[in-house]
Design a protein around this ligand. Sequence first.
Ligand code: ADP
Length: 251
Amino acid sequence: MTLMVKGLVRRYRGNPRPTLDGLSFDLPEGTLTALLGRSGAGKSTLLRCVMGLEPFEAGTLHVDGVVVRGTEECAPHERRAALAAARERLGLVFQSYELFPHLTVLENCVLAPVQVKRQPRAVAERRARELLVQLGLEARLEAWPEQLSGGQKQRVAIARALAMEPRVLLYDEPTSALDPSMKHEVVQVLKAVDARGVTQVVVTHDLQLAKAVEHVCVLDHGVVIESGAPGQVLASPAHESTRALLAAWQA
Ligand code: ADP
């Protein structure tokens, strides 16, 4: 399993119940999974906890063999080391892409492999070119982010994340900032990344995208209430909250 979450608990002070309430799931290597759930279900909190952007109190996170335990369950130095190792195996594509505006498309993808991974520049540049060509950006290598369309910015953000060779790539609502006509393109890009064997997790409110993935997990009140193939979960949901979510999306 490349990504496994067991009994994750995240409590915010002042909230009567945990935002993540013993949440568990496991994703086989190389799957493309959509995380669904009504607003407030805990999806963003889960993304932040997996990425190490905020702590979780209990439970374990397994990322490609690295185990990160909750703050109540292990010593801070142990946790820091595990988080750093997990972080090397994870990538996140932000909703707003967060490209460096003062760097060209190519340089956006070269910077971290050179500075963080200490790759020789020529190697990092060759890999970045390969990724950008694969994602259909061969004509935009020397462009500045402000010259790109939303869909192109997103593909650069994905190429930049892939340049760090993550085992797991997470996306925060990848279609929400795009024109509806671009949605098909996003699905194609996710499938191209899927073919590289990277495990992908996509937080989305987009039914079209959810229908196109291999696996869906539905969250509510900080737990997974159902999961499976979209053809099964979305066509005949077992849980009332999933039915309500689908009804709201289709309205
Ligand atoms: P989703 O992404 O599914 O919409 P979130 O993970 O953003 O849900 O939030 C789930 C719940 O967690 C919110 O309704 C809120 O009660 C709580 N929450 C999230 N972030 C914070 C925070 N920084 N401080 C306090 N409560 C928070």
